[in-house]
Each structure stands twice: as structure tokens, then as C-alpha cells.
Design a protein around this ligand. Structure first.
Ligand code: SUG
Length: 448
């Protein structure tokens, strides 16, 4: 079991893949629709993500990295009847079904907040860390991620003594699961038993539903994950996201709320009803008094929240126990949002000491902010020691990955490039080299 004082919350960020592009694939994600068909810069995207990882590692946080996936995904195209050599498969799908080629080419695995839901050993009945990869059932380009994600998580968290890996839930919209983006853990210290909040868009038949956009996360999925992870139901809570917010572009709860330790920072319109969530936290949180920071619509509209990704900031604790808000540059660019951040930082009633601003514009143009890019995993010292050592970001790994990106990534990509067999070849060469750097074994199944 965890000892309360020395467990850490590690962040595992997704390394942006070589085919990062803007294809307008994500229904209900305003940035994805707005930037569709814009040229992308995969090299810059990967370097921006890596810079955030390095900065958090430099602050003394445990920072890991999770690998990109093979794209375009030839195995799925073959399952869909495109046969022949890889070049022929690409030419035919480009000609006959260009939308399908785009779906098979997204670097969306970078958003590891959607990789899985993770419960720390302090919360689970068997004292193991539990992982359930998200099925990402509502979007084709994301539904092809879980198979490789499962393998990547198993290669990273290998020890059977410490880690339990579940299969993704059956991939149907009734069990739609988008992982940690809709899951928040509260605690007094990371190693102490905590509270797990599951937020869903689609619940029972008599509950309200969004009308314009899909509710990607279901209550049934949160309940299944709670059972699989052997959580205590009285320390778990399932809350509904406000359907109007989903229809305004809040496709995950982490676009409208973020929590850390005893703190919940949320928008007035995040939940159908925030009151019982707060009452549950007040009643159940042990060791600290919960702190609620509610942002009013009058100060930050939902539209401002969606364009700035204020609530997709990471809330982190540095080793001295100070709490920081890690936000996207778009927050500093938006007057209302920046004012709200200044107010939060100046308010002695909450523990947030300051904001750290990052340029993640390449990912942001696809609706992926700081918190989307990371999967949080609380680890005791023994669990931390059992993680694949090659995934921890330190100066040496940073230097290696920086050189790897500069060597293998293009600095411009448009949708027509996705049919270029040379891009597939370059990506595979890059992933082969990464397999060595990160010690990934046989994660990728392409033949070269
Ligand atoms: O699933 N965007 C992703 C962004 C995921 C953000 N994750 C969190 N909020 N945790 C999505 O909507 C856009 C791809 C494109 O259009 O090319 C995309 O998939």
C-alpha cells in the first residue's frame, strides 16, 4: 500500500506523431472544425509538447512519455478491404475514400488524457494501480487507438505485482469511454486514499442529452471502470456534464473543469448540478478541506473557456507542495481569461501560487491543450521503480528526443501528403528508432 508522504503524481505525455495534421475529424470540437485543412507543422508540434515535458521535469515532477502510433494505419485499411502493397493501398484510399485516409492518419494518440482511466493503488481494494484503456468509440480516427495504447501502457507499466491492465470496454457509443479526460481524483496527499469523480455526458434515458453534438462519455462506462478498478462506491461519484456545454463545444469534462489534490476549478456551467458534487467532496475528503474555485459565465463565457482552454490547464504540485496552473498561451491572449487567472492567483483562499504559460499552438488548433496531452498516474516509490526506466524524461532523454524529432519530422503537412508512401516510410523509420530510445520492444507490428 502507498505511504502517504512519498507517492508522486507523474504525468505521462503523448509524443506527437510524424503525421500530425488538421483534418476536421472531431465532431463537437470547435478548434478541429475551425482549423480543418490548415497546413500543420508536425516538427513544431512535437517540439512544443516536448518542451512542456522538459519544463515539468525541470520543476522536479516525475515526467514520462508515451509513444505515438503507426499512421496512416495500414492494418485497419486492410481490414476495410484495401489490398495490395502499402503504396497501392494509400493511392486507392486517397482516390476512393479520402476521408477514411484522413481518419487513418491522425496523430490523435498524442492526447493521452484520452488513453486510459487510471486509479492509484491507494484507492483500489487490491492495492494495485489499475488501467482501463479508453475505447474512444464515438470517432473512427480515435477508435483505432486502444489496441496499441493497451500495448504501450503494458510496455510502460510492466510489473504484474503493481499494475493491473484491463481491456478497453466494448466499443459501442452506449459504453463510450474517453478515459481520464472525464475523471478527476481528489486527495489530501497523492499517496493517501482519494475520491474519484467520473463525469459523463450520456446517462439514463430520463436525463437531459446534448442535441447538437455527441456526448462522448457515458455513465455506464464510468460505472464499469469503477467496478473494474475495485473502487469503493462511496468514494466515487458520477456527475453529469451540462448538455448545453457539450453543445457549445465542451466535448470532454477537462475542457470545463480541472481538479488536483483538494482543489476543484470549474466553470459555473460545467455540471448539471455542482451542489451534490461539492457536498460529496466536503463529506468524504479526508485530511484536507476541499477548495472550490467557481468561474462565473459573466467573467469567462463558455466560448472563452473553449477558445482559451483555461480549464484544460494542468494543476500541478511542485515538490515543495506549491500548486501551479500550467496553461496554454491562448489563456494569456484572452483578456477575460487572463484576468480570471490573475484573480485566482491573487486569492489567498486557494492554494494556486501562479501560472506557467506554454506555447502548444499546434496541438491547440486540434482542440488539445496542456491537460489533454498528459495522463496522470500516481505512483508510490516501489511502483515508480517498476516503470520502464527509459520512459522518464530527464536531460539525456530530452536531448535524444529533440534530435530524433529534428531528424525525422517534416515541418509542413497538408492532407494530400497523407497519401505519400514516403511519409509512411519516414514515419516507420522514426518509430523504429523510437522503439530503441524508449525500450518499447515489439510495440509496433509493421514489417520493414
Ligand atoms: O478527440 N482532436 C481531439 C482532441 C482531444 C482533446 N483531449 C482532451 N480534451 N482530453 C478530439 O477531439 C482532432 C483531429 C483532427 O481534426 O484532425 C481531434 O481528434
Amino acid at each position: 500500500m502507498s505511504t502517504e508522504s512519498n507517492a508522486v503524481e507523474a504525468n505521462f505525455d503523448g509524443l506527437v506523431g510524424p503525421t500530425h495534421n488538421y483534418a476536421g475529424l472531431a465532431l463537437g470540437n470547435v478548434a478541429s472544425a475551425k482549423n480543418a485543412e490548415l497546413p500543420s507543422n508536425p516538427r513544431e508540434a512535437a517540439l512544443q509538447g516536448l518542451a512542456k515535458m522538459k519544463a515539468l521535469a525541470d520543476l522536479g515532477l516525475a515526467q514520462g512519455v508515451l509513444p505515438p502510433q503507426e499512421r496512416p494505419h495500414i492494418p485497419t485499411l486492410k481490414k476495410l478491404g484495401f489490398s495490395g502493397r502499402d503504396g497501392e493501398v494509400l493511392a486507392r484510399v486517397h482516390r476512393e475514400a479520402p476521408g477514411l485516409l484522413a481518419a487513418m492518419s491522425s496523430a490523435s494518440a498524442m492526447w493521452t488524457a484520452n488513453a486510459a482511466t487510471v486509479s492509484p493503488s491507494a484507492d483500489t481494494a487490491d492495492g494495485c494501480v489499475h488501467f482501463t484503456p479508453a475505447n474512444l468509440a464515438t470517432h473512427l480516427h480515435r477508435a483505432i487507438e486502444p489496441e496499441t495504447t493497451s500495448r504501450a501502457l503494458q510496455a510502460t507499466f510492466k510489473s504484474e505485482k503493481h499494475f493491473r491492465h484491463h481491456a478497453p470496454l466494448p466499443a459501442t457509443p452506449q459504453l463510450g469511454d474517453e478515459g481520464a479526460a472525464n475523471h478527476t481524483r481528489f486527495c489530501s496527499e497523492y499517496g493517501a486514499p482519494g475520491l474519484e469523480l467520473f463525469v459523463y455526458g450520456l446517462g439514463a434515458d430520463n436525463e437531459p442529452k446534448p442535441e447538437k453534438y455527441p456526448a462522448r462519455q457515458t455513465r455506464a462506462a464510468g460505472e464499469a471502470v469503477m467496478r473494474l478498478h475495485r473502487l469503493d462506491p462511496s468514494y466515487s461519484y458520477h456527475a453529469q456534464q451540462k448538455p448545453e456545454a457539450v453543445d457549445a463545444g465542451v466535448f470532454h469534462n477537462d475542457v470545463i473543469a480541472v481538479g488536483n489534490r483538494e482543489l476543484l476549478l470549474y466553470h459555473e456551467q460545467a455540471f448539471v448540478d455542482a451542489k451534490p458534487v461539492k457536498a460529496w467532496l466536503r463529506q468524504r475528503l479526508r485530511g484536507r478541506t476541499p477548495v472550490f474555485v467557481e468561474i462565473k459565465t459573466a467573467d469567462v463565457s463558455i466560448e472563452d473557456a473553449v477558445t482559451s482552454y483555461l480549464f484544460n490547464s494542468q494543476l500541478i504540485c511542485t515538490p515543495d507542495g506549491q500548486m501551479w496552473l500550467v496553461c496554454a498561451h491562448e489563456c494569456a491572449d484572452n483578456e477575460n481569461v487572463w484576468r480570471a487567472i490573475q484573480r485566482i492567483v491573487d486569492d489567498p483562499e486557494n492554494p494556486i501560487a501562479g501560472a506557467k504559460v506554454f506555447d502548444l499552438r499546434q496541438s491547440m488548433r486540434n482542440g488539445g491543450g496542456p491537460a489533454c496531452l498528459r495522463l496522470r498516474v500516481v505512483l508510490t516509490p516501489a511502483e515508480r521503480a517498476a516503470v520502464n526506466p527509459k520512459t522518464w524524461v530527464d536531460n539525456a532523454l530530452y536531448t535524444q528526443l529533440d534530435a530524433w524529432i529534428r531528424k525525422h519530422y517534416r515541418d509542413r503537412l497538408v492532407l494530400a501528403d497523407l497519401a505519400d508512401p514516403q511519409l509512411l516510410e519516414e514515419s516507420r523509420t522514426a518509430l523504429d528508432a523510437l522503439t530503441q530510445i524508449l525500450g518499447l520492444g515489439s510495440l509496433y507490428d509493421f514489417q520493414r
